[in-house]
Design a protein around this ligand. Sequence first.
Ligand code: F0G
Length: 473
Amino acid sequence: MKVASHQLRCTQCSAGIAPETVAADFRCPLCGGLYEVIYPWSSTAVQTSTRTPGTVMPDVRLPNASALRWLWQERRTSTMAVDQSGVWRFRDLLPILANPETPVTLREGNTPLYDLPRSAKALGLDFLLAKHQGIGNPTGSFKDTGMTAALSVALERGFEWVACASTGNTSAAMAAYAARAGLRSIVLIPEGKIAWGKLSQSMDYGAITLQLRTDFDGCVRILNELIRRLPIYLLNSVNPYRAEGQKTPAFELVEQLEAQVPEHIIVPGGNLANGAALGKGFREMLHLGLIPRVPKISVIQAEGANPLIRSFMENGGETLIPVTADTRASAIRIGNPASFRKAVQTIRSTGGWTAQVSEQEIALAKAEIGAEGIGCEPASAATLAGLKKLVASGHITSEERVVLILTGHTLKDPEYTIDYHRGSLLREDELASATLAQLHLHANLRKPPAVLDADTDAVLRTMESVLQTPIPA
Ligand code: F0G
């Protein structure tokens, strides 16, 4: 009899299956739902319903919270790659590999937690932090934490090809990890709709990069056809092993806060997998006694790519209302998100919120995060823009502790930043909806580059004129 380290459980109908029997599209054959990975110690563990005869989940013994805390700290001083990885350092809670000591790793995770004093002050908050998943991760986005996990599984399962549809960051991460593992990778991206930094990465890491004349949702359709015809391992976020890696920033965050749990976590929403993955991480920590409660997880979308918000407004989140997506925050330009149900479950079960933000509000928030010396890509800035709304509506109060998840590095999309500072990003009609206070902030934050003759006096004159503008407090 084979003892399984984990099983897959449908998040919709709760049916459990043995991992090797999962379909290529990672959908439940009974209801079409998405799976999550469960372990013998999970609160939702399926003990008997595996459909592979002769495979059982072993007896339940909960991992010991203090032993885990000690082990995770010990590994910080190790020189082994698997311990230096900010994902695999927590491998006790993601035992998905037959050979747990040799994952495909690029020392992902270990991302910094910054305070945002100016934004906190402006919002009247005592405690505002940003966990920057774009800094520290090897390809500059949070996708690396999930990719190390799912690509390691692909390698163990003997696949030669891996593939994804992407708005740019998943493809960059997949291409890098596939290159490390010596697997062939194929990337489907919407032509003309992803940031240059991301496009350049998938080429640099040697993926077959195909720009399809469609949007992200169209790329997903083609990819699903492709995996039906060829033995290609799907690495989009429907792959439940991605979430196992993407839950680990929750562990890291709690460590960084010395076992404190913030009241609120705010994520930007695209395909809607990330909030759910972090939620799983917090839920597991609660179940194992590592934390006393879970934070509220809120998801922010761009007004032009808001299927989650529309669905909540029109039917309380019961059914997805897909939209034709359009936003300059190209990472989250997604109209038909695969993990809609998982996200709704996460928001409901944690007591979180949703909010939508305009292009003008995203641009302003991005400039504010930049002015704190941190920077991020546009989709990540939706979190700060959304936080402002949640504070204004009274959903978040001044003494509550908030952590924004900044998902991508500012250099992912330099064109956006340059257009903003040159004043060519936002259209007149977009600026027309801004308040006077917002217009004032834009004017202070925009720093267009000046072109001067090679003349010291000209440089000094420019410095003098800039001295008239006060440095932000
Ligand atoms: N922020 C960034 C920078 C992203 O790249 C993405 C998603 C999100 C937020 C949204 O996360 O999909 O889990 O809700 N990017 C995917 C990609 C879709 O292909 O790179 P989500």
